[in-house]
Structure formats: structure tokens, C-alpha cells
Design a binder for this molecule. Structure first.
Ligand SMILES: [Fe+2]
Ligand SMILES: [Fe+2]
Length: 477
């Protein structure tokens, strides 16, 4: 009789396809039922994290957090999708996935969603929720059978890798933004979050007690309301400024490619308004299949990346981008004047326009022509992303309206309804539409060691003369 210890693989080769030793795999581990019960709770946690991160993108003023939340929301959406698929493989039809596993766990996430400040949100998210989820996943790896449950283990290992990145970001963000006084202010609340976790038997529910007392609410005592008004940090000045018509410069055949790269970088950075707007669509559109949220979150994240490409480009070219005026007009108006489906229609309408000859291909060609390799790279990937976004629009937007032509017309109509507010914001004293272009262009020329071209430097076209219905004006998205 061979016992586990005496057993040898052929010529000492790794056992069990490299998964584990025979000894580790000879322990029973979790039953399918117990495993699924835990997976459903990880799924719930990732779903709530995705919800919280998405909901807090728009009104979060700090750009680095806005883009960070966009990234992390997307990662969570992917892990939700992976867990749903795995649960569906385990004799469980993917049903009951929207159920709340425990009322205290629900309150735990509701509290973080309703955190009244950025500091509280960071602490709740990165010091409580994500570490608790990670601890549960780590425990799963210890408890389950490495051979029988190998597919779950694979999903969990991927998830933990990205949770690790998120925690790293969170630790640094807390270090930069939360001082001792702020921390002290929330210490009690953080302890209360620990209490909620204990009450629900932690994220995995394994340590569930029989204590069925109703969890008390603090910040979430009034149900959270998504804030759809976009906010920016203080580097974003004069946010109603529509004083430089970037498209008009970019599409002027008489102007050279090199200064055009600056207008493209401006357009990229201005795309920070797309995550602000898409977050509102996702937050306010309920009851869609998970693939919808995953795809929309992917696109949202791409748009945040496009904004960051603009940031990188400006920095690489030696330009202080804060001298440009990164308007909030587009996301503010779509979020406050349109319904979610109208916003999606406008997004699709604009992105369709980017697929034409004067769209993304042209921007890439300008990048190549400019002789600045980084700009070519940025526009190359921006173009590829936009092709994906047009596909996602066909998948998730068009079927809601009907067929393609009708859907496009509807997008056109919705966009036409947003009349130019150029005069209005000026009359209200919100902006003088100052021309920021020479300041940006001369900085770049100084870094290039070049004299500014007369025609490029003299450019002073605003959005004032643009069609009142703004059609074709903003190349956002
Ligand atoms: Fe984009
Ligand atoms: Fe896009």
C-alpha cells in the first residue's frame, strides 16, 4: 500500500500539473456548496466596490483620484465578470447573484458609498473594504482543495494581484491626503465598519454568528444620492472657458502638424469629462446584464486613459497644461440636462463621427507627420480604443433605440438640444473665454528651441462662431 508520503511521481516530476503536492491535494477542502457560498460573497463585494468607485468619479474633484477610481472600478467590473462565470460553472445557474448575502455587509458597503468626504471614502475603501476582501480570498486559497477547485483558485489569484495594486495606490493616496486630524475624525467610524464586518461574518461569511441584530446606519442613514455635478481640483481654472476652438485649428490644412499635436493633447486631456459623464450613465442605468456594466466601465477607463495620455504628452513636451483651460462644460451639461439614454446617444453620435476620414485616423496621421514619436503612439492607441468604443455602442446603445439609422438620428437630436452656451456663461460672468493658446504654444516652442510660427501663434478662433447646436464641435470621447 502506498501512503501519501511515500508516493513518488515519475522521475520526481512536478505533481498534479504543478498545482500542488499530493499531500496538499489529499485534504478534502471545501465542498462545491461551501465554495459557491463564498464566491457569491466575493462577487457581491466586487460588485459593490465597482458601484462605489463609479459613483464617486464625477463629483470627486482631484484628477488623480478621478482617474484612479476609473481604473479600479474597471478592474472590479472584470473580477465580477470572472466570478459570475466561475459560479455558473459550479452546478449553479447564475441566479441569485443580486441577492444581498447579509444585511450587515450591505450596510458596510452603503456606508463607504455614502462617505461624506474624500478622506472617509479613501479610508473606507482602501483600509477596510479591499483588505477585508483580500483576506477572504487568501483564506479561500488556504481552505479549498488545490486540485478540485483549481478554476476558482485561478480567478482568485488574478483578483488578488490587482487588489494588491489597488491597495498600493490606496495606501499612497491615504498617505498624501489624510493627515492625523482627519484620521482621528474617522477612527470611530472605521471601528464601526469593523463591527459591521464582524456581524456579517466577514466578507466570506465563514465566521457568521447567530447574532441577527439589525445593523445601525451612520452616513447611510439617509440613502445615498449619486452626485452628477462634475467637480475639478484647483489646477483646473476657468472651467467654462470655450475660448480656443481646438477642432478648427486641427482641421485647418494650412497649419503645420507640430502645433496641432498640442491641440490634440488638449483634446485628450479634455476627455476627463467623458469618465465624469459615463459614470453618470452607469450609476443611473439599472437592471442591465453585467456585460453592459463591464463594457461601459472599460470604455470609461479608456477615456480616463486618454485624458492621462494628454497629461503625459504635455509634460513630455515641457508644457504646463494647467495654463490650458480644460472645460467642464460638456459633462456638466450632459449630466444635468439629459437623461442617461440621451447621454449615451450623444456619446455614440460623437464616437461615430470619429470613425470618419477626419476622425481618429487623421489625428494619428498628424501625430506621425509631427515627427514626435510619443504623439504618434498616443494617437495610434487612442484610435484603436475608439474603434472598440464604436463596437460597444453598437452592442449596448443601438438596440435600445432600434436600428442604426434611428439610433444615430436620436443621438444627433439629443446633441442638437444642447445649444451653445458661449454667450450665456460669458453674460453670467463665469468666464471671459480668454485665449490660452499662445501661452501653451510659446512654452512648447521654447522647449523645442523654435520660433513660434506666425499663423499658428495668431490663432484666436473660439467656439463662439461655431454652430449654435454645437454639432461637430466637441471631439470628446
Ligand atoms: Fe477617448
Ligand atoms: Fe471613446
Amino acid at each position: 500500500m502506498t501512503d501519501v508520503k511515500a508516493y513518488r511521481s515519475y522521475r520526481g516530476l512536478p505533481t498534479l500539473a504543478g498545482l500542488a503536492t499530493i499531500g496538499d491535494a489529499a485534504k478534502p477542502g471545501l465542498s462545491v456548496e461551501a465554495c459557491v457560498a463564498r464566491l457569491k460573497r466575493y462577487h457581491y463585494a466586487f460588485m459593490r466596490l465597482h458601484e462605489i468607485l463609479t459613483a464617486r468619479i464625477t463629483a470627486e474633484p482631484i484628477y488623480e483620484l478621478k482617474t484612479g477610481f476609473s481604473h479600479h472600478a474597471y478592474l472590479c467590473a472584470e473580477h465580477v465578470a470572472a466570478l459570475r462565470q466561475r459560479i455558473g460553472e459550479m452546478r449553479e445557474p447564475p441566479l441569485g447573484l443580486e441577492e444581498v448575502p447579509h444585511p450587515a455587509l450591505q450596510v458596510f458597503f452603503d456606508e463607504i458609498l455614502a462617505a461624506p468626504t474624500t478622506e472617509a471614502l479613501l479610508l473606507g475603501m482602501y483600509e477596510k473594504a479591499l483588505p477585508a476582501l483580500d483576506a477572504a480570498l487568501e483564506q479561500h486559497l488556504r481552505d479549498t482543495n488545490p486540485l478540485t477547485d483549481a478554476p476558482s483558485i485561478r480567478v482568485i489569484r488574478f483578483a488578488r494581484m490587482e487588489i494588491d495594486d489597488m491597495l498600493e495606490f490606496g495606501r499612497e493616496a491615504v498617505g498624501c491626503l489624510v493627515d492625523e486630524t482627519q484620521y482621528a475624525k474617522y477612527r470611530e467610524w472605521l471601528g464601526y465598519l469593523d463591527g459591521l464586518l464582524a456581524m456579517s461574518g466577514a466578507i466570506d461569511g465563514v465566521a457568521r454568528t447567530l447574532n441577527e441584530e439589525k445593523p445601525a446606519r451612520r452616513f447611510s442613514i439617509k440613502p445615498y444620492v449619486y452626485d452628477r455635478v462634475p467637480r475639478r481640483d484647483e489646477r483646473f481654472q476657468d472651467v467654462w472657458n470655450q475660448g480656443v476652438n481646438a477642432e478648427s485649428f486641427l482641421y485647418n490644412p494650412d497649419l503645420p502638424a507640430k502645433p496641432k499635436t498640442l491641440m490634440m493633447l488638449y483634446k485628450r486631456l479634455r476627455e476627463i469629462d467623458v469618465p465624469e459623464m459615463m459614470a453618470s450613465i452607469i450609476a443611473e442605468t439599472k437592471g442591465k446584464p453585467w456585460d453592459y456594466y463591464r463594457d461601459m466601465s472599460r470604455q470609461l477607463w479608456d477615456e480616463a486613459r486618454h485624458a492621462m495620455m494628454g497629461e503625459v504628452g504635455f509634460v513630455a513636451l515641457g508644457v504646463d497644461w494647467t495654463k490650458a483651460r480644460i472645460t467642464v462644460n460638456w459633462s456638466h451639461r450632459l449630466n444635468t440636462e439629459c437623461t442617461p439614454i440621451e447621454r449615451h446617444a450623444v456619446l455614440y453620435f460623437i464616437e461615430q463621427g470619429l470613425m470618419t476620414k477626419t476622425g481618429k485616423r487623421y489625428e494619428w496621421e498628424v501625430g506621425v507627420e509631427s515627427g514626435i514619436p510619443l504623439i504618434a503612439t498616443i494617437q495610434d492607441y487612442d484610435w484603436a480604443d475608439e474603434v472598440l468604443h464604436a463596437q460597444l455602442g453598437r452592442l449596448w446603445y443601438i438596440p435600445v433605440i432600434g436600428e442604426w439609422k434611428k439610433a444615430l438620428e436620436y443621438g444627433d437630436q439629443c446633441w442638437t438640444r444642447i445649444l451653445s452656451n458661449w454667450q450665456e456663461v460669458k453674460d453670467k460672468g463665469l468666464t471671459q473665454h480668454a485665449n490660452w493658446w499662445p501661452a501653451i504654444y510659446t512654452q512648447a516652442c521654447a522647449a523645442w528651441n523654435e520660433t513660434p510660427g506666425a499663423a499658428a501663434l495668431a490663432f484666436a478662433e473660439t467656439y463662439e462662431g461655431a454652430r449654435a447646436d454645437l454639432k461637430g464641435v466637441t471631439g470628446s470621447a
